[in-house]
Design a binder for this molecule. Structure first.
Ligand SMILES: C[S@@+](CC[C@H](N)C(=O)[O-])C[C@H]1O[C@@H](n2cnc3c(N)ncnc32)[C@H](O)[C@@H]1O
Length: 272
């Protein structure tokens, strides 16, 4: 039974869950706190597709269990994510100190860690998330973008097609999971999908941007010896180039910020 306000005085060992991020670049992005969670847990679950990353985490703990085998071409990713959540919670319920390590930040475009923490807490277990360096953080550094300068919108690419969203073209638009569009939510999320879906994405973006607008296809380095992918292309060429699942598409602002003169006058009246 998990601890409650009434029964936690004797403090026997109850299961706990820590969802941590290991960052994007092998080795160098792991925070000391995330590392100590790995080292001090009873069991470590790992969600990272790279064999080298797996070997590295295995060097830090004797019981590392990869979540990768849960992916399958004939299974929806939602189902895979539910199985990941169940795998983590089974050990928490068995009284283990569980660390679940996800690449990047565990809470950025990642459903399973949020869901596992939600359920664990609902069941009365101690569960928390530790931030990691996400692809977003790398992107700001590698592309020299300050999200505060003109603002920054982040959308999952498929969501931009499934729903009617308003794009603010005076801010940056960052599109995640462009390479996974149109796979029907199946498979490993590591196989990039058809250019036909990108044609439709171009059509959608052309409602707000000229086809000649320069966009950036970005991929942060995952190994310290790698360099990032930074390909600047015209929007209309997005379907013509190779896109990997780890690529993120960055669309710079196409128009200047428009001052709200009415608001400015009101604010002026407030004085210094
Ligand atoms: C399921 S999300 C996971 C993101 C991860 N939790 C993070 O914090 O970066 C996968 C998407 O993240 C982005 N991504 C993952 N690895 C990346 C990399 N090395 N460089 C740029 N974007 C990356 C891509 O948009 C990819 O489709």
């Amino acid at each position: 039974m998990p601890p409650t306000a009434h029964n936690n005085r004797s403090a026997p060992s109850y299961g706990t869950l820590a969802c941590i991020g290991i960052g994007i670049t092998l080795g160098s992005h792991l925070t000391p706190l995330a590392r100590s969670h790995i080292e001090q847990s009873d069991v470590v679950f790992l969600a990272a597709s790279d064999g080298i990353v797996e070997k590295w985490i295995e060097s830090l703990h004797p019981d590392v269990r990869s979540l990768q085998p849960l992916y399958a071409a004939d299974k929806s990713r939602k189902q895979t994510y539910r199985q990941m959540v169940n795998a983590m919670l089974t050990e928490v319920r068995a009284g283990k100190k569980v660390c679940a390590a996800f690449y990047g930040h565990p809470g950025v475009f990642a459903w399973a860690p949020h869901e596992a923490i939600r359920i664990a807490r609902k069941e009365g277990f101690d569960a928390n998330m530790e931030p990691g360096i996400s692809a977003e953080d790398c992107l700001y550094s590698d592309l020299g973008i300050d999200p505060g300068a003109a603002g920054c919108q982040h959308y999952e690419a498929s969501q931009l097609l499934y729903y009617k969203r308003r794009i603010d073209t005076s801010a940056y638009l960052i599109l995640w999971q462009v390479g996974a569009m149109g796979d029907g939510g199946r498979g490993s999320a590591h196989a990039a999908t058809n250019a036909a879906y990108r044609e439709i994405l171009i059509e959608r973006l052309a409602q707000d941007y000229p086809l000649t607008h320069r966009i950036i296809v970005y991929r942060a380095a995952t190994l310290p010896i790698d360099t990032p992918r930074i390909d600047r292309i015209a929007l209309r060429r997005l379907s013509k180039i190779d896109i990997e699942v780890a690529d993120t598409v960055v669309i710079p602002p196409v128009r200047k910020l428009v001052p709200d003169t009415k608001m400015l006058r009101r604010l002026e009246k407030l004085g210094p």
